[in-house]
Design a protein around this ligand. Structure first.
Ligand code: NAP
Length: 255
């Protein structure tokens, strides 16, 4: 591991499990102190993530936060800014996927996907930028999805909301670049988390094998596979890269 993020503070949403937890531990391993937030229902798992950050010798900060709640976002970001001395890296990782064919999707489900996956990213960036801009530095990494580039049956609302994440990333990069703030997104392929398994139907094992075969590397992703690309975007290594979307999919897709 490196110390490339030494002295930096990261804020990661949806960090109680899956990719968010792997990123929290991964960024700590590369030197960052990490503030982790998630829904109230995930508090026990979130606290476990905090213990794993501390086991890496880094400082952990834990807060309950629903990224669809603007008042809570303002309160929690202010609290984290105060206790950490300032957020250098924001990782918008919280997301939801309810598999449903578009013609069967309810209006409520449509709104849920856009509220969490797209509006949540917009509101988190908007709030954290208030603090990053005067400091003339900051890194934002938004977790989009390969689905946002391509889309799959039963993932219409999810795919559309993840396309929105890539659009928001580009425009935030254009609007914040003059203050030295760098904004990029990552498009994971299938990563084997609770959400990743939602890609599979009744024959889960067969489908897992099928999708693994579709990758150049002949395997599906582990949450740890997302860490390196996020560290790259969070660090000085990517100082002239902004507004981009990077596929992290084992070579499943090439556009
Ligand atoms: P996950 O295991 O379902 O974890 C997502 C976390 O986000 C959960 O802890 C979830 O809490 C939390 N969350 C949901 N709604 C929230 C809200 N309103 N406010 C705060 N936190 C909220 O998913 P994952 O696989 O780790 O995915 C992480 C990110 O990667 C997501 O943005 C996802 O879209 C993206 N991604 C995943 C894959 C994949 O194959 N796994 C592929 C491409 C992109 P609850 O469980 O209580 O809802």
């Amino acid at each position: 591991m490196t110390t490339i993020l030494q002295g930096k503070t990261a804020l990661i949403t949806g960090a109680s499990r899956g990719i968010g937890r792997a990123l929290a531990i991964g960024l700590a391993r590369h030197g960052a102190n990490v503030a982790v937030v998630d829904l109230t229902s995930q508090i026990a798992a979130l606290e476990q993530t905090a213990r794993l950050i501390e086991a890496e010798g880094r400082q952990a900060y834990t807060h309950v936060l629903d990224v669809t709640e603007p008042t809570a976002i303002a309160d929690v970001v202010r609290a984290i800014e105060t206790e950490t001395g300032g957020v250098d890296i924001l990782v918008n990782n919280a997301g939801i996927l309810t598999p449903r064919r578009l013609e069967e999707l309810s209006e409520a489900e449509w709104h849920q996907h856009f509220d969490v996956n797209a509006k949540g990213v917009w509101m988190m960036c908007r709030e954290v930028l208030k603090y990053m801009r005067p400091r003339k530095q900051g890194r934002i990494v938004n977790i989009a999805s390969l689905a946002g580039r391509q889309g799959d049956p039963t993932q219409g609302a999810y795919a559309a909301s993840k396309s929105a994440v890539m659009s928001l990333t580009r425009v935030f990069a254009m609007e914040a670049g003059s203050d030295g703030i760098i904004v990029n997104s990552i498009c994971p392929g299938i990563i084997l988390t609770d959400m990743g398994y939602k890609n599979f139907g009744e024959d889960a094992l067969g489908e897992e094998r099928h999708w693994a075969e579709m990758t150049a590397l002949k395997r599906l992703g582990d949450p740890d596979d997302v860490v390196g690309p996020v560290v790259f975007f969070a660090s000085e290594l990517s100082g002239y890269v902004t507004g981009q979307a990077l596929n992290v999919c084992g070579g499943m897709y090439y556009h």
